[in-house]
Design a protein around this ligand. Structure first.
Ligand SMILES: [Zn+2]
Length: 414
């Protein structure tokens, strides 16, 4: 049966949904990681990714829900169809039952008629017997008495014929009564046969109804199964939605916090952090092993990794004294400040300030890249005081939290 196969497939699909749910739900709380201290743009991006993942899972659940609802509607349609069939069958059974009742009435009537006929037959027989007995007692029946009571042969024949006529009449009456009784019995038998046929038809309809009823209870079971699956998926969908909303809230809070952080990044020394939101250094100022040459060298600034294209902001207002490319720094810009300091921004994918241009603090001077002697997207940032390079970190102490990664370990340094 086509529908049977359809239900089987449906049940299979529901089991898959249940499996997916059992795997998906426990993942939700793990994604809700609250950032511990200082917020970075990277952490915000991670949170946004998490939220997007949850929204995608939510969408998937919504699709499943739509499919479940479709299946449920199909099952409900099937149930309604079965109910119509059951009602039609019941109407048929009722009609047949009416017929059977009519036959029962007719059979009962015939039964009464039969009893009456038997009664008449019996009475007639008794009457006949009585008359024969009487005639015997009177000696009227005996052939001898007919013979001897007859005056002559003609009288004898008359007497014998009279007896014979009486006998024949009685026989005729008896035979008629028997024929009537037999006809009634035959009629009754015909009615009973017809009734049996109706009963068989009724039994057939009852069996059909029982089969429909059992199909209906199967469909009912399926509907209740689908409904509980629906409830589960709806619950999971609501959980996903709540989890995504919670992360959205975290993102909003983190963005607010980050904005606050960025505004305080203009330190007491007046320098603004050039890559707001990216506060983990991959290389510190001073002695180190050069990442490209592998030889010991003195690192002239700090390296701040960030995605390619992240805007680099002028740490202080000033005049652009260099905007060029060289094989070591790649695309780089130097800004001279009025207090005798200058800042350098290197390895840019693109420069956004030209030589001689005046820039204000926070103005974009270029974008993060990995040009020149560089192994990955980062900003190489230098501060010079009257031409001497100094450790930029010292200018942000106390005003922001900085981390450094070394051998994959992240460590707080301010
Ligand atoms: Zn560097």
């Amino acid at each position: 049966m086509k529908t049977q196969k359809h239900w089987k497939n449906l049940v299979k699909r529901l089991l898959v949904v249940a499996l997916v749910l059992s795997l998906a739900i426990p993942l939700v709380p793990e994604t809700m990681v609250v950032p511990a201290s200082a917020v970075t743009q990277a952490e915000i991006n991670d949170l946004k990714d998490d939220a997007a993942d949850l929204r995608a899972q939510q969408k998937e659940l919504q699709n499943q829900l739509a499919s479940i609802k479709e299946d449920k509607n199909k099952a409900l349609e099937q149930k309604s169809l079965l109910e119509q069939q059951i009602n039609a069958t019941q109407a048929e059974i009722d009609t047949i039952q009416d017929q059977i009742s009519k036959y029962d009435d007719l059979i009962a009537q015939k039964q009464d008629e039969l009893a009456e006929a038997e009664e008449k037959e019996k009475a007639q027989y008794e009457l006949f017997c009585e008359r024969v007995r009487y005639m015997e007692e009177q000696g009227e029946v005996s052939y001898w008495s007919i013979l001897f009571s007859s005056s002559d042969f003609s009288d004898l024949l008359d007497n014998a014929m009279m007896v014979d006529e009486i006998m024949q009449y009685d026989n005729q009456v008896m035979n008629d009564l028997i024929a009537i009784r037999q006809q009634i019995a035959q009629d009754k038998e015909d009615l009973e046969t017809a009734r049996q046929e109706q009963q068989a038809a009724k039994d057939e309809q009852e069996a059909a109804k029982a089969s429909l009823k059992s199909q209906e209870s199967e469909v009912d079971a399926l509907i209740s199964q689908i409904s509980s699956q629906q409830a589960e998926v709806e619950k999971a969908e609501a959980q996903m939605n709540a989890a995504a909303a919670a992360i959205d809230q975290q993102v909003a809070a983190a963005e607010k916090e980050l904005a606050a952080q960025i505004s305080t990044v203009v330190s007491e020394s007046g320098f603004m952090w050039p890559l707001p939101g990216y506060n983990t250094l991959s290389s510190l100022f001073g002695g180190r092993t050069h990442p490209v040459t592998g030889k010991p060298n003195n690192h002239t600034g700090i390296d701040i990794p960030a995605p390619a294209g992240t805007p680099i902001k002028a740490a202080k207002s000033g005049v652009v004294t260099t905007s060029t490319y060289n094989s070591s720094y790649g695309n780089y810009v130097v800004v001279s400040h009025s207090d005798g300091t200058s800042t350098l921004y290197a390895h840019m994918s693109r420069r956004a300030a030209s030589k001689g241009q005046t820039v204000s603090q926070g103005q974009v001077v270029g974008y993060v890249g990995t040009t020149g002697s560089s192994t990955g997207n980062h900003l190489h940032f230098e501060i010079r005081v009257n031409g001497s390079r100094v450790d930029p970190v010292n200018y942000f102490l106390g005003s922001m939290t900085l981390y450094a990664t070394s051998g994959g370990v992240k460590k707080k340094i301010t």
